[in-house]
Design a binder for this molecule. Structure first.
Ligand SMILES: [Zn+2]
Length: 249
């Protein structure tokens, strides 16, 4: 396995599509090597089976242009950050895939697995850099980006995903067992009638904050630094006043 540029960790298959699919698809279009590590198979989901979910995941991975996807098979509804075996598996994935950027769930979340996934990946990011921990060459990515899911968080940055938004939504729709309208299936949040339109509204809202059609919010723990502000703002025009001067775009 050659090293990856991005690795996104998802608590359940479909989480990365919903909440950071645009970033991943955009990275792939730029020629970056993008991979996903799902922590569980979603076997506790009210709808679908792990088998249907696996086929849906494969289709969604193709849609996003991923070069790698794997599932660590950790227990759904039983993710815990203090699980040493789980931490070792995440460390192993980080050391094998050696991503420059790690993408993980934001730390405050509605679903306990999502919060646990955030803490588990954060713990593994630290352990993966320790020379004396486990086997394998230590690895510390350049940056971790955390994606908010169902809870609002003030983003540290918003990524413009307008050019790939149709592909993100197509990847989400690959999860027919989860998101399709099915009156016979048990009601779920992601399967509700407003699920996809609210996701689109959310991406449009964050896009509007930077003056583009669609954006995805990310949070970093650190203060972001710029080596060359002039260069940065030349390359990222929406860093300025896009809402007040839309005609410049
Ligand atoms: Zn989930």
């Amino acid at each position: 396995m050659t090293h990856l540029d991005y690795v996104a960790f998802g608590p359940h298959p479909d989480d990365v599509e919903l909440f950071c699919g645009g970033l991943l698809a955009a990275g792939g279009e730029r020629g970056h090597r993008v991979g996903v590590v799902d922590l569980t198979r979603g076997e506790m989901a009210s709808r679908g089976t792990p088998e249907t979910r696996a086929a849906e995941t494969e289709a969604a991975s193709r849609e996003l242009g991923l070069v790698h996807r794997e599932n660590l098979g950790l227990p759904d509804a039983g993710l815990r950050a203090d699980d040493d075996r789980a931490a070792a598996l995440v460390v192993d994935a980080l050391r094998r895939l050696r991503p420059e950027i790690v993408v993980a769930p934001y730390w405050h979340e509605r679903h306990p697995d999502h919060e646990a996934a955030s803490a588990l990946v954060t713990r593994a990011l630290f352990l993966a850099g320790l020379r004396k921990y486990g086997d394998g060459e230590p690895h510390t990515p350049r940056q971790a980006l955390f994606y908010p899911m169902r809870h609002l968080a003030e983003p540290s940055l918003v990524v413009d995903v307008s050019a790939v938004h149709a592909r993100k939504m197509a990847a989400v729709r690959c999860y027919g067992s989860q998101v399709a309208a099915r009156p016979d299936a048990p009601p779920t949040l992601v399967g509700s009638a407003l699920s996809l339109s609210s996701l689109e509204a959310r991406d449009a809202f964050y896009g509007a904050r930077i003056g583009v059609a669609f954006g995805e919010p990310y949070v970093v723990r650190e203060t972001l630094g710029l080596a060359d502000p002039l260069d940065h703002f030349r390359r990222n025009q929406f860093g300025g006043k896009p809402l007040f001067f839309p005609e410049r775009r």
